[in-house]
Design a protein around this ligand. Structure first.
Ligand code: DAH
Length: 348
């Protein structure tokens, strides 16, 4: 076979193989087998030196054409295949955004947190700041600075989880009173704060107590703060949480850090004061403790009781939730049974 025929044969074979190649690797393999260093076309080109001088330019031109044809076919086929691959990929990855999605179960704040959130909204609206304290507290702040010196009998009910002899799990949120007063610049205006958080006490094995529960402390200290301000504020709280038609009443009580101290009752929201099982036929339900901040407490936090004074209160969101939803065992709030917890969803 003459060189020309051989070239023609190679061109045919090559074009055929390129056309039949179903992926870029195969196209490349054809390229190597024909145009590579040891390729069949390269071999023919090398044999040209044996041709007669007048044949060389003719065959050479022809050989170049064959090589160019093959090269062009290779490029074209490679591009085609690359495009096919991309299209297949795009096809495979198509997202039908109209298909229904997979529903994600939606959570909700814990029922106690819902009550705290509601209280925070209310108090922020009245110009209070929210101050969050530490659950591990110094004894000095938890007791001493609240007018509960060592050996004070009122400590007995609370003296409990100690971390070191002078550090304990706080038994009340009241230490935030002292901490906030110490930091506040009273020449710039009154201090108005609430402080929600967890507190810890010795467990008494009964359904209305838990070794850990929540409190929301309230404190207003400034000039000319009166007990009427306290009553008006608590009236707002009661109505906001339990209903607009409720009244509150204050009864004398005792707390070491307030003088005078009061126990605050609200009209029974169930019977509206007529008397029922919830209010034990009194028409009233006890909801929180409060009072006018004791001068000793002011003084120990560096506040001059001659110039400034105010009120404080402490309420239990757990107790509020129990009353509001008729829950009889406080421990249900802490068992994390979602069947129980999902019943309470204020926001619907
Ligand atoms: N700290 C009190 C307790 O845990 C609750 C309390 C009562 C807080 C009266 C106050 C208050 O700020 O004025 O029993």
């Amino acid at each position: 076979m003459g060189l020309k025929e051989r070239l023609e044969q190679l061109r045919k074979e090559g074009l055929q193989q390129i056309a039949n190649s179903s992926d870029p690797d195969k196209v490349n393999a054809v390229r190597v087998s024909m145009l590579g260093k040891k390729g069949s076309l390269t071999a023919v080109l090398r044999g040209m030196k044996d041709l007669a001088a007048d044949q060389r330019p003719v065959v050479g031109k022809y050989a170049n054409e064959v090589r160019n044809d093959l090269q062009a076919a290779i490029e074209k086929r490679s591009a085609e295949l690359a495009k096919n691959i991309l299209n297949a990929k795009l096809q495979a990855e198509t997202l039908d955004v109209t298909l229904p999605g997979t529903a994600v179960a939606q959570g909700q704040p814990h029922v106690i947190q819902q009550i705290i959130d509601q209280l925070e909204d209310l108090f922020i609206g009245m110009g209070y700041q929210i101050a969050v304290g530490d659950e591990v507290e110094e004894e000095v702040y938890n007791f001493e600075k609240l007018n509960l010196p060592k050996d004070h009998p009122a400590r007995d009910m609370q003296d409990t989880f100690y971390v070191t002899p002078s550090v304990l799990m706080r038994t009340q949120t009241s230490p935030m009173q002292a901490r906030m007063m110490e930091k506040h610049d009273f020449t710039k205006g009154p201090l108005k704060m609430i402080s929600p958080g967890k507190v810890y006490r010795r467990d008494t094995d009964d359904p209305t107590h838990s070794h850990q529960f929540n409190q929301v402390e309230g404190l207003v200290v400034g000039k000319h703060v009166t007990m009427a301000d306290l009553k008006g504020t608590l009236q707002e709280v009661a109505r906001n949480l339990f209903g607009d038609d409720l009244d509150i009443r204050l009864r004398p009580s005792y707390f070491p850090f307030t003088e005078p101290s009061v126990e605050v009752d609200i009209t029974c929201f169930k019977c509206k004061g007529k008397g029922c099982a919830i209010c034990k036929n009194t028409g009233w339900i006890e909801v929180l403790g409060a009072g006018m901040v004791h001068p000793n407490v002011l003084q120990m936090s560096g506040v001059d009781p001659e110039k400034y004074g105010g009120f404080a209160f402490g309420l239990g969101p757990d107790r509020f939730a129990m009353l509001k939803y008729g829950v009889e065992d406080i421990r249900d709030f802490y068992l994390n049974d979602v069947r129980f917890l999902t019943q309470f969803n204020e926001k619907g």
